[in-house]
Design a protein around this ligand. Structure first.
Ligand code: HEM
Length: 538
């Protein structure tokens, strides 16, 4: 037995007692001394001034002064709920992760969010929705940090700060809170045409869901699953809501936003409270783990592409039920820290250049947002598996670590205290070959088709849905001040679907552009993806 990790209250971490920060029947100060009165400050005489020696006054006001923490840099507005995931066993042949085993129940916490608006913005904004799930598995925590749209704006994580600067409110006036009704948004997506596919989904009804309970969720990237025998497959994760996928119309969204900007938050909490527990089936599209990681001409590492379900159906592997509301929004929904690095044996990442960047970003941002490196100890983030991580000290350390030798092997705390299982570490588990030279910026040619899947999506819609798309582009582009940006976006639309471009151009009172054939026709300079530098390693 080695140094143990115990919580400050001496409880085993993760127990309800340990999560209970307050108790007892008396009102007290933070150091536990009983208080008679918390309404009147200590004054000299009846009319003041207030005395410096009033510790209770200073403590109460000072704590309040520091109540706020930074909101998330993206996905600031969200709602969370607890639940349970139950494996069907159907994925056990392709992944050794215990969470997929038949009838295995794993506790989960889910946070749904909008991407762009601040913490107090409306739930009904036209935007992408986050769909992040924390599985507290016996083998460590697995986070599936996805969205309600199956593709993403960019292909390389290096552009994430840029796309977020473009979708966030303008730096001069701090408007709008919504994603798309402004110049920088359209400037970005018309200049970085890989964003056109995601944008098309945003302009469609998917951009304004009826309820969090009625949204699909997507892992977006291709992941690698590893079976007990070491064999691997590539997969894309899908959440399918039992209630089906529903949206509201733009006009409905405006009315709801005015009358109840908390509509989605309220809907989720009310449904759970009423016992109408929302459910999703988790499914996977499974692909052979080939050397080129392509399927039917689609690059599986390109996060701006889907693989149509007609070609590869989604196979159900488990069911999630959300059955418990949060007790405290701040402690749970605000302090939860999702991280695509949180993987368990049997689930691994691929070289998708967007996913690779995410593996750095979340952990890094949470050090700022949650005030230091110890956020894994917050009750909502604590693994339900035993932890012996040899990480020590740091801001907000709450564990009382026993022992003197947080390194191994050692000759003081029992020598070589922890067992290390063979081949159980993500990334190393399945050694993947890497190319022999280092390249800057170059993306493979297979990433260069920016329009065909946006067209596929648009053409798959019903006539009513197509009308909504045209109206959305017309409205949102109508908010753009710069004529040149509107014209450039129209060119991109012409490359996707000339009829759609025509309707939107008519709506904006602009000429219809000639159909473009490639990103280069929309953006005159060579696309960034074509500019590469290569450094031979020698
Ligand atoms: C937060 C999804 C790409 C950086 C989030 C959240 C979701 C999400 C759902 C909110 C988590 C929560 O509810 O707390 C996605 C998806 C992506 C993507 C599906 C692409 C497929 C990226 C990239 C980066 C990034 C490329 C950076 C390189 C962040 C950051 C946060 C965040 C910094 C805030 C995290 C926090 O403060 O806890 N993302 N994201 N994301 N994402 Fe992403």
């Amino acid at each position: 037995s080695g140094p143990a990790t115990v919580s400050p209250t001496g409880q085993e971490t993760g127990t309800p007692q340990d999560k209970m920060a307050q108790g007892g029947k008396f009102l007290t100060t933070a150091h536990g001394a009983r208080l008679k009165d918390s309404d009147h400050s200590l004054k000299a005489g009846n009319r003041g001034p207030i005395l410096l020696q009033d510790h209770h006054f200073r403590e109460k006001i000072s704590h309040f002064d520091h109540e706020r923490i930074p909101e998330r840099v993206v996905h600031a507005r969200g709602s969370g709920a607890h639940g349970v995931f139950r494996g069907y066993g159907t994925a056990s042949k392709i992944s050794r992760a215990g969470v997929f085993a038949q009838d295995k129940e794993t506790e989960v916490f889910v946070r749904f969010s909008t991407v762009v608006g601040s913490r107090g913005s409306s739930d009904l904004a036209r935007d992408t929705r986050g769909f992040a799930t924390k599985f507290y598995t016996d083998e460590g925590t697995w986070d599936l940090v996805g969205n309600n749209i199956p593709v993403f704006f960019i292909q390389d994580a290096l552009k994430f700060p840029d796309v977020v600067h473009a979708v966030k409110p303008h730096p001069d006036r701090e408007i709008p809170q919504a994603q798309s009704a402004h110049d920088t948004f359209w400037d970005f997506v018309s200049l970085h045409t890989e964003a056109q596919h995601h944008t098309m989904w945003n302009m469609a009804d998917r951009g304004i869901p009826r309820s969090y309970r009625m949204m699909e969720g997507f892992g977006i990237h291709t992941f690698r699953l590893i079976a007990q025998d070491g064999s691997t497959v590539l997969v894309k994760f899908h959440w399918k809501p039992k209630l089906g996928v529903h949206s509201v119309t733009w006009e409905e969204a405006q009315i709801i936003s005015g009358a109840d900007p908390d509509f989605h938050r309220r809907d989720l909490a009310d449904a759970i409270e009423a016992g109408a527990f929302p459910e999703w089936e988790l499914g996977v599209q499974v692909f052979e783990d080939t050397e080129d990681q392509m399927f039917a001409g689609i690059d599986l590492l390109d996060p701006t592409k889907i693989v149509p379900e007609e070609l590869v159906p989604v196979e159900p592997i488990g069911k999630m039920t959300l059955n418990r509301n949060t007790t405290n929004f701040f402690a749970e929904t605000e302090q939860v820290a999702f991280n695509p690095n949180n993987l368990v044996p049997g689930i691994d990442v691929t070289n998708d250049p967007l996913l690779q960047g995410r593996l750095f970003s979340y952990l890094d941002t949470q050090i700022t947002r949650l005030g230091g490196p110890n956020w894994n100890q917050l009750p909502i983030n604590r693994p339900h598996a035993a932890v012996n991580d040899m990480l020590r000290d740091g801001m907000h350390q709450t564990a009382v670590h026993a022992g003197v030798a947080p390194y191994r092997p050692n000759s003081l705390d029992g020598g070589n205290p922890f067992e290390t299982p063979d081949g159980d570490r993500p990334f190393i588990d399945h050694p993947a070959p890497v190319p022999a030279s280092v390249k800057e910026r170059a993306l493979p040619a297979s990433f260069e088709d920016h329009f065909s899947q946006a067209r596929l999506f648009f053409q798959s819609l019903s006539e009513v849905e197509k009308e909504h798309v045209a109206q959305a582009y017309t409205f949102e582009l109508g908010k753009c001040y710069e004529q040149a940006i509107r014209e450039r976006q129209l060119k991109a639309l012409a490359a996707i679907d000339p009829t759609l471009a025509q309707v939107v151009a008519d709506g904006l009172g602009l000429p219809v552009p000639k159909p473009a054939e490639s990103p280069a026709d929309v953006v005159p300079s060579p696309a960034l993806s074509q500019v590469g530098r290569e450094w031979p390693l020698d």
